[in-house]
Design a protein around this ligand. Sequence first.
Ligand code: AMP
Length: 222
Amino acid sequence: MSKQKQLNLILLGAPGAGKGTQAVTISKKLGLVHIASGDLFRKEQESGSELGKIAKSYMEKGQLVPDEITVKMVLGRISSPDCAKGVILDGFPRTLEQARALDKALTAEGKSIDEVLYIKVSNKELLRRLSGRWICRNCQAPYNIVELPPKVSGKCDHCGGELYQRADDTEETARKRLDVYFTQTAPLIKYYTEAGKLVEIDGEKSVEEVGSDLIAVIRSKK
Ligand code: AMP
C-alpha cells in the first residue's frame, strides 16, 4: 500500500469567520481529523473535569484559557494515532506562544504545518454573525439564523441533534472575544506570513464559495 503524505493545516481567522463550518467540510473531503480547541474545552466542561472547570472561568468572560493548559490539551490530541494522516486545526494556535509550542512539538516528531488558511472577514460582519450563531449540541455543526439556517428549526441537518446558542455568543462577550483576537491572535498572520505558509481567503463570499476557494488552494499546494 502506498503511504499518503501527511497534511497538517491551520484555519486562522476571528471568531465568527467561518472556521468551524469550513473545517467540517474540509476534514470530510480530505480525510483529515478536525481538531477544534473550543470544542475540546466544551467537552471537558460537559464531563465536569477539573480542566473543564478552569476553562469555563475564562471562556465565559471571552478570555483565552492560559497557554500552558491549552497547549498540553491540543498537543495531546494531535499525537493520537488517528491523526497520522493529518489534521485541520480550528481555533488553535491563538497566541504566538501556542504557535511556537506547536512548531516545536511537530518538529520533534519530524512533522510540520503545511499551510495556514487565513479566512478574512470585516469587523462589522463578524459582530453580526456572532450574535446570530447556533451550534449542534451533538456534532457541533454551526448554523446562523440569518445566513445558514437549519432546514428544520432547532434541529441539526447532519445528525438531527438539538441546536443551542453558546453562552459566549452574546453581543458583549462577542465584542470582548474580537478584542482578544485582534490583540493576541492577529500577530499570527505576520508569524505565518514570514514562515511562507499563510494564504488569505475572502471570508465574506457565500459558505459554498469560501469552501471551494479553500479546497482549491489546498489542492494546488498538495
Ligand atoms: P471557540 O469555540 O474556538 O470560539 O473557543 C471558545 C473559547 O474557548 C475561547 O473564547 C477561549 O476562551 C477558549 N479557547 C479556545 N481555543 C483556545 C486557544 N487556542 N487558546 C486559548 N483559549 C482558547
